[in-house]
Write a protein that binds this ligand. Structure first.
Ligand code: FAD
Length: 362
């Protein structure tokens, strides 16, 4: 599958990044083949990949274009939310739509609720056989392309997720202008003004705190981002080693200068460590182990930190050849930084990991 996507992407990622848009025909084609949410089980019309196989595919796409990989993360997270929080009828109706090409994005964040999702203010209010949604979401990956939004909000005394068609009256999507990285990933703010929908738009498993409800979707997202970072690191390693072999300074290839070789060694270490932690988390997911959530946080954190370091090293090895906007290493440098912010920033991951260290006996 990765080679098919590689053929479709070709050398266009740089141009998409500069324009800040992915071609809709390509996005629809991949979505229609179920490749943006490849872990949806076959009984719902999906490709039914394991987390391990889905991760390897995500890394492959991440190495080609982080914007496209970001859409995979969002679409997969939307599908997983429906699988996990939806009732049987909702799963049977909605999952084939997503596996068949309907584009979805997931909306947690709000102006006053970033790291602290307990501050979510969006309200989902029951009115007869309808629900009314009121709120504002920010920085939603893929929302500029989406047909459907999975919106988290307050519902009664607890929280719920509701499926909101972008075409519903009261929904307004506003692109985030000029993001630092993943520039073609369609980040957008979403205004929800008295959006009225049928009551069964609310996913069946409701109640409890927002933090509890979002744990499972976030675990999917973290694992997907972790594999995306592996892709970034592989792309950086390839760009840096190719350049270090072919560029000569002071009478020998850059690779033969020991300080340059050290950058290459550190890049390889980063790529390997990120790969192993992602593989471990995917194995936990596939085995249904309770430690999956922590393993996904670890993989995401290790992946993001190493992707930032690795991309900086790659730009350093390329010198001026990596200093042009849009060039693969330069793009990775900008894209990687965002991976330290999303799906739980570095600091939030560290807090979760510290809590784990303090409470779990070894
Ligand atoms: P804040 O929460 O304001 O944090 C700012 C800084 O303070 C960070 O460094 C943070 O780590 C630190 N900080 C905060 N609290 C603590 C603490 N207790 N201890 C130590 N440090 C702390 N949201 C969605 O819902 N859906 C999406 O698809 C989506 N996609 C995104 C894509 C991109 C590229 C970006 C940049 C954001 C996206 N977001 C999305 C929003 C994202 O989830 C938030 O940006 C993220 O949770 C951080 O929130 P914030 O930006 O409000 O930062």
């Amino acid at each position: 599958m990765t080679s098919l996507v590689a053929e479709m992407v070709g050398d266009q990622a740089e141009e998409w990044d500069r324009r800040g848009r992915l071609p809709m025909a390509l996005v629809r084609e991949l979505a229609g083949r179920g490749m943006l949410c490849a872990q949806v089980p076959a009984r719902y019309g999906g490709l039914g990949l394991t987390a391990a196989a889905g991760g390897a595919f995500t890394a492959g796409v991440g190495g080609l274009c982080s914007s496209l990989r970001s859409l995979m993360t969002s679409q997969g997270m939307a599908a997983w939310t429906i699988e996990k929080l939806g009732g049987a009828a909702q799963r049977e109706a909605r999952l084939p739509e997503l596996a068949g090409g309907r584009l979805a994005a997931v909306a947690f964040s709000e102006p006053a609720a970033g790291s602290d999702l307990s501050a979510i203010e969006t309200r989902i209010r029951a009115e007869g056989d309808t629900v009314v949604i009121e709120g504002r979401k920010v920085w939603i990956t893929g929302a500029a392309y989406a047909d459907l939004l999975v919106v988290f909000g307050r519902f009664g005394d607890g929280a719920a997720a509701v499926l909101v068609p972008v075409s519903a009256p009261g929904v307004r999507v506003e692109r985030v202008p000029d993001p630092l990285g993943c520039r073609a990933a369609g980040h957008a703010d979403v205004h929800l003004d008295s959006v009225r929908l049928p009551a069964d738009s609310v996913l069946q498993r409701t109640g409890g705190s927002v933090e509890l409800l979002v744990t499972s979707p976030l675990t999917y997202g973290r694992l997907s981002v972790a594999w995306g970072c592996v892709g970034i690191l592989r792309a950086c390693l390839n760009a840096a080693t190719d350049h270090a072999r072919s560029r000569t300074q002071f009478g020998k290839p850059l690779a033969d200068h020991q300080l340059v070789a050290r950058h290459l060694a550190e890049l390889l270490v980063g790529e390997q460590v990120a790969t192993r932690t992602s593989e471990h988390a995917s194995r936990c997911w596939d085995a249904g182990l309770p430690e999956t959530a922590t393993a996904a946080v670890l993989a995401k954190h290790v992946g993001a930190v190493n992707a930032v370091r690795g991309a900086a090293a790659a730009v350093q090895v390329l010198g001026s050849a990596g200093a042009r906007d849009g060039q693969a290493a330069a793009r990775a440098y900008r894209d990687a930084k965002l991976m330290e912010i999303i799906e739980g920033s570095n600091e939030i991951c560290q807090l979760i990991l510290a809590r784990h260290a303090l409470t779990v006996p070894r």
